[in-house]
Design a protein around this ligand. Structure first.
Ligand code: SF4
Ligand code: SF4
Length: 62
């Protein structure tokens, strides 16, 4: 069992909040948008979902 975080780049405004909040550094900024670079480390805490005002982050259970 794991979690799959995703970013909808169409919705992402590049605020970097998800990058800052994730305790295991799942996200990095790429070309002004958040990108999932470390998805296998995701703990499923959903802090990134809560912090994203653009509703661009989703975390699904595998
Ligand atoms: S919190 Fe949302 S809008 Fe901000 S960088 Fe992350 S995905 Fe983009
Ligand atoms: S659910 Fe938690 S651990 Fe997973 S990407 Fe979001 S902030 Fe990081």
């Amino acid at each position: 069992m794991g979690f799959i975080p995703t970013v909808d780049v169409e919705k992402c405004t590049g605020c970097e909040e998800c990058v800052d909040v994730c305790p295991v550094e799942v996200f990095e900024m790429k070309d002004g948008k958040s990108a999932v670079v470390n998805g296998e480390e995701c703990l499923g805490c959903e802090s990134c979902v809560e912090v994203c005002e653009s509703d661009a982050v989703a975390v699904e259970e595998e």
